[in-house]
Design a protein around this ligand. Structure first.
Ligand code: UDP
Length: 334
């Protein structure tokens, strides 16, 4: 750990969608990786063979403590959690358990095991309905769903822990993550998808009949919800840069938006899917979904100023094309 500029990283949720991309980015950059995942929504095959995969629960402090000691873990990247906004409205206590209670246990394990650096998957849902978009990190955080609260509480715990103990952290507030590894090594694979681009490429490959448009009466230019879609490969790269910063400057912690600073409406996303597939995906007008804000777009000036990170695959059609290529691979596998 000490004196090593690339300590071993424990990645929670490393068999999942974003986690498996971060594992690839870490390994490709020369960081040793141990993954802990309970495989509830992740997949064993999604973890690159260069990493060590341990099947287990992040709330199991005996297990996590053992892993930290055995592998001399110097940093934790914490992706494990529940991620579906409408589900969090229906089952709030599941979200407070998986996202808040288990994060508390993991942070305690980190502190007790002497782990010095912690990167946390936070979310734009911490802002609720922003007063203005693009939204900046220092604007009010007033979530409008349990998912956002469950993540904001973890941010708070990290800030307090970093004050009290020798650990620094970076909370990355993700906007809407989409796409897949451009090399086709991993992608979004969990069944029962609810996220727009995934749902749309499933429709394009015949897995569903069409796409419901949840609300057409928002106060947005075309009435549909506006989001800042970020390529999962760019997001994974931001984690590696953030980790390098935490290691280089152990007295600093950061909370940063991860987005591109531009928004697309649901209709614009579906237009992109039509362009990329050369098809016309069926669109069905549907009521608003519980917990959905009208528009969420990142002000990304802070991350651009803080990290050497620069977006590489920000074009919406590129994001959709990568998501589609992965969906076709999944379809071939059956
Ligand atoms: N959305 C939609 N149809 C779908 C899925 C999502 O119209 O099948 C809309 C949703 O209401 C929101 C945007 O697409 O305006 C992004 O939703 P998603 O679930 O992808 O991410 P969220 O912003 O909720 O995290």
């Amino acid at each position: 750990m000490s004196g090593n500029d690339r300590p071993t990283v424990l990645v929670t949720g490393g068999a999942g969608y974003i986690g498996s991309h971060a594992v690839l980015a870490l390994l490709d950059a020369g960081w040793p990786v141990v993954v802990i995942d309970n495989l509830s929504t992740g997949f064993r095959w999604a973890v690159d063979a260069r990493a060590t995969l341990v099947e287990g629960d992040i709330g199991d402090q005996a297990l996590v403590g053992r892993l930290i000691a055995e592998h001399d873990i110097g940093a934790i990247m914490h992706f494990a959690g529940s991620i579906i906004v409408p589900e969090s409205v229906e089952q709030p206590l599941k979200y407070y358990e998986n996202n808040t209670v288990k994060s508390r246990a993991l942070i305690e394990s980190a502190v007790e095991g002497g782990v010095r650096h912690f990167i946390f998957s936070s979310t734009a849902a911490t802002y609720g309905v922003p007063e203005t978009v693009p939204v900046r990190e220092d604007m009010p955080t007033v979530p409008i769903n349990p998912y956002g609260w469950s993540k904001l509480m973890t941010e708070r715990m990290l800030a307090d822990a970093a004050f009290a103990y020798p650990v620094n952290y970076c909370a990355l507030r993700y906007f809407n993550v989409a796409g897949a590894d451009p090399q086709g090594r991993t992608g979004q694979s969990t069944k029962g998808a609810t996220h727009l681009i995934k749902v749309a490429v499933e429709a394009a490959t015949g897995k569903r009949a069409g796409v419901d448009i949840f609300g057409t009466d928002f106060a947005t230019p075309d009435g549909t919800g506006v989001r800042d879609y970020i390529h999962v490969g760019d997001l994974a790269a931001a984690h590696v840069e953030a980790l390098a910063l935490l290691v280089a400057r152990p007295d600093e912690s950061h909370v940063m938006n991860c987005g591109y600073g531009r928004g697309f409406s649901v209709l614009e996303v579906l237009d992109s899917v039509d362009r990329v597939t050369n098809m016309r995906i069926e669109r069905r007008l549907a009521p608003r979904r519980a917990g959905d804000p009208p528009a969420l777009v990142a002000d990304n000036n802070l991350i651009l100023a803080t990290l050497p990170w620069r977006p590489a695959r920000a074009d919406l059609d590129t994001i959709v094309a990568d998501a589609l290529a992965w969906e076709r691979r999944l379809a071939e596998r059956g």
